[in-house]
Design a protein around this ligand. Structure first.
Ligand code: TRP
Length: 337
């Protein structure tokens, strides 16, 4: 039996943070043996709303690749893929955009939220951006993926992919598997500021590439209640553990469950200071990040290997994509000679 396939990816608009790790990356690392994996750097998708920032995207392609290598994605087992180097992706997106009903497209909640965000920022909304969910369907079905491990915010795109893959299969014959989403252990990691989501654009993230001092500074500034309006003033004040970002991070990243349980108990009883809880978190996060930092530095010193990983994976993905596009053309009868 050939292995089933995974396709998943990232927009190269900045480095990856703890939210990416607990929401998705961790699963990618774990599933590399069980599945044939394609990890996509979705630069077209990044360009769709950052067309004027090509230098930032170019840097981010390398930063994201270093983050991937640092957390343990293995470019020999798994293919690292540059989206725009796969011309078949653009072809399939074109065909899908004719197969997708406009009213269905407009109901996509993730797209809706992002469009509202762009509008709020008075940013220009391009046709390419509006179409990116169709291009993401092409990303997923081009290698005929069975599984798409992602963060919770991406779930609507996977549901959309399932519908369109079914629609294609009904109209033209069984070409595509119907892919499943796999949401990570921490579907949505709270931001340092208590906002619902850790995100680069909200500037409330700890990056996998942050140094120990940066982590320390960021944790010390963290809010301990999500409203930011009820700071706990004294260590003797009874504290609230639920929805407290500091404890959410402890739960997500501190492997010492006994320590976390003890801190929670003392916090509730007013027997531990905020600063002690934060000190323990700083230690846990830096212990978690240290090996990642070491691997990142080792790869950063070998830019030729990083480039080779990207080109090799992209080549493998390209061969798969050519095969699928051939099948698509045959199924749709787009053959004239
Ligand atoms: N939209 C995803 C994000 O913003 C990135 C992405 C592009 C993706 N293509 C994909 C994710 C295909 C899963 C599958 O993070």
């Amino acid at each position: 039996m050939p292995k089933q396939r995974i396709l998943t990816g990232t927009r190269p608009t900045g480095s990856l943070h703890l939210g990416h790790y607990a929401g998705a990356l961790e699963n990618w690392v774990r599933l590399q043996d069980e599945y044939e994996c394609f990890f996509l750097i979705a630069d077209y998708q990044a360009l769709s709303d950052h067309l004027g920032e090509i230098e930032r995207i170019r840097e981010s392609v390398i930063e994201v690749t270093l983050d991937w290598l640092a957390v343990g994605l293995d470019p020999h087992r798994s293919a690292f893929v540059i989206q725009s180097y796969i011309p078949e992706h653009a072809e399939l997106t074109m065909l899908l955009s004719m197969l997708v009903p406009l009213n269905r497209h407009q109901r996509n909640p993730t797209l809706k939220a992002e469009m509202a965000q762009l509008e709020e920022e008075n940013a220009e909304l391009s046709l390419g951006f509006f179409n990116y969910p169709a291009s993401q369907i092409a990303d997923i079905i081009l290698p005929k993926a069975h599984l798409v491990p992602v963060g919770e915010d991406q779930a609507p795109h996977i549901e959309y992919t399932r519908q369109i893959a079914r629609r294609f299969n009904r109209a033209y014959g069984e070409v595509f598997p119907i892919p499943r989403a796999l949401i990570g252990r921490v579907p949505r990691l709270v931001g340092l500021d208590g906002k619902a989501k850790m995100s680069k654009s909200l500037d409330n993230a700890i990056y996998l590439s942050d140094g120990a001092g940066t982590v320390e500074r960021k944790v010390k500034r963290m809010v301990t209640d999500i409203t930011g309006t009820h700071p706990r003033l004294r260590p003797t004040d009874p504290g609230v553990v639920e929805y407290n970002p500091v404890f959410e991070y402890h739960d997500a990243f501190n492997p010492d469950a006994a320590e976390v349980a003890d801190l929670k108990e003392r916090y509730r009883a007013g027997r531990v200071s905020d600063s002690e809880v934060k000190e323990r978190l700083i230690k846990a996060l830096n212990d978690f990040l240290d090996p990642i930092r070491e691997r990142r530095a080792a790869y950063a010193a070998r830019p030729d290997d990083v480039r080779a990983a990207l080109l090799d994976g992209t080549g493998r993905a390209r061969r798969t994509a050519e095969q699928t596009m051939q099948e698509v053309r045959e199924a749709m009868r787009i053959i004239y000679t």
